[in-house]
Ligand binder design. Structure first.
Ligand SMILES: NC(=O)c1ccc[n+]([C@@H]2O[C@H](COP(=O)([O-])OP(=O)(O)OC[C@H]3O[C@@H](n4cnc5c(N)ncnc54)[C@H](O)[C@@H]3O)[C@@H](O)[C@H]2O)c1
Length: 372
């Protein structure tokens, strides 16, 4: 990785986990886990906490998965805090992936008008993405992240050894966000990134990769904390990727033989499609703006395809069904970021530099999908 051009925000740390105890003295401590992080991550945290004379924390367990990122689960968390008499000095440690972090942070920010919380992200996605930018929330009536707020955590404690127990498909899915941060914000790092491939994936120094990616995201979110402008470049790959993700989640309920794609896998597919849009379709459409070359597109496609080979095979097989691509396009029309009946997306001006709020038509989305 190239040098981090910005320092990390002061609330994010990679210090040894046992140092966390200095922030927990003389206050009630609760740890939020799901069944997986209770089994794989809590023993590591507990060992670090045991190095001080702190009393055992209150353990709050919820079931894993996006389907539980709901108000019902929040009620359980608030009830546990209440029954254990947590006062406003209490602190919640959110030990888990993005679901635990988003929901635990939301519950802490609203309990007694807000208690401190520390994010301890344990998936690659939550370390490089959810850890930065202060977005918290839950799903509501089937709408993703519909209820929530922006709130900076007291600390984000990143400990990459947690990734050792994370299933490899989850690590790969999180890696899509690492690729994205590089493509939108760091040309130099893109050249180094290609040294990370399928065969050496498990032996990477994740701390330096995560720290670099976090710094890139922080640079963007600090310039635009509430997503009025620049921050939208973080949606690169998401207009088409999110449509793919949503279509297959819904369709799989009706036809269980169809695949579903993890968020990062869908974004990887979306990044190929939106890179094609930048290189092939935007040049004529927006003549006053620069866009990546066709060679850049080939490089991007080749690299993403090398990491997400199986995802691409599954996608190509699934779209053999009649009308699938047209249905995915329909999902893109529902994207939250659209405005005034236009479908809005991001493009790559060059590798390491993105543009946002560029319009894309349904026909263009269809053409881009065919390039995956
Ligand atoms: N706040 C933000 O800015 C932001 C950004 C991106 C995504 N998100 C949110 O993050 C969520 C997705 O997060 P995710 O991909 O981390 O999924 P997740 O939280 O569902 O975790 C994925 C799975 O991995 C398990 N797990 C977590 N850490 C583990 C470990 N170290 N070892 C073994 N198993 C482990 C979990 O129990 C779960 O089954 C979505 O709800 C999304 O909306 C938020």
């Amino acid at each position: 990785m190239s040098e981090i051009s910005t320092s990390l925000p002061n609330y994010i740390t990679f210090e040894p986990l046992e140092k966390i105890t200095s922030l927990l003295q003389n206050r009630q401590v609760a740890v939020l886990v799901d069944e997986n992080t209770k089994r794989d991550c809590y023993p590591i945290l507990k060992k670090s906490l045991a190095k001080s004379s702190l009393p055992n924390p209150t353990l709050i367990e919820i079931p894993s998965g996006e389907t539980h990122k709901t108000l019902e689960t929040c009620i359980h968390i608030w009830q546990e805090l209440t029954q254990n008499h947590f006062d406003r000095k209490g602190i919640l440690l959110n030990l888990g992936g993005g679901v635990i972090g988003d929901m635990g942070g939301f519950c802490a920010s609203t309990y007694k008008r807000g208690i401190d919380f520390i994010q301890i992200p344990t998936t690659l996605l939550s370390q490089v993405d959810a850890s930065v930018g202060g977005k918290l929330g839950i799903d509501f009536n089937g709408l993703k992240n519909h209820i929530g707020l922006f709130q900076t955590p007291f600390k984000v404690w990143i400990h990459t050894p947690f990734l050792k127990t994370l299933p490899s498909y989850e690590v790969r899915s999180g890696f899509a966000e690492v690729i994205k941060h590089t493509l939108i914000a760091d040309k130099k790092a893109w050249q180094n990134l290609s040294q990370i491939n399928k065969s050496n994936f498990d032996t990477q120094n994740w701390t330096s990769i995560v720290a670099h990616s976090v710094a890139l995201k922080a640079k963007v979110t600090e310039a635009d904390p509430t997503e009025k402008g620049l921050r939208k470049i973080l949606n690169f790959g998401h207009t088409i990727g999110h449509a793919i993700e949503s279509y297959f989640i819904e369709e799989n309920k009706k036809q269980s033989e169809l695949p579903t794609f993890l968020h990062g896998e869908a974004i990887a597919l979306g990044m190929i499609a939106e890179s094609y849009y930048s290189a092939f379709l935007c040049k004529d459409k927006f003549p006053n703006q620069n866009f990546i070359s066709q060679t850049d597109f080939q490089d991007i496609k080749e690299y993403i395809s090398s990491i997400f080979e199986n995802t691409i095979t599954d996608f190509r097989k699934a779209i053999e069904q009649k009308n699938t691509l047209q249905e995915i396009v329909r999902w893109a029309k529902h994207d939250k970021k659209n405005a005034q009946n236009l479908i809005l997306t991001c493009g790559l001006e060059e590798i390491g530099k993105a543009v946002y709020d560029i319009s894309i038509t349904e026909e263009e989305i269809l053409e881009c999908l065919m390039q995956i």
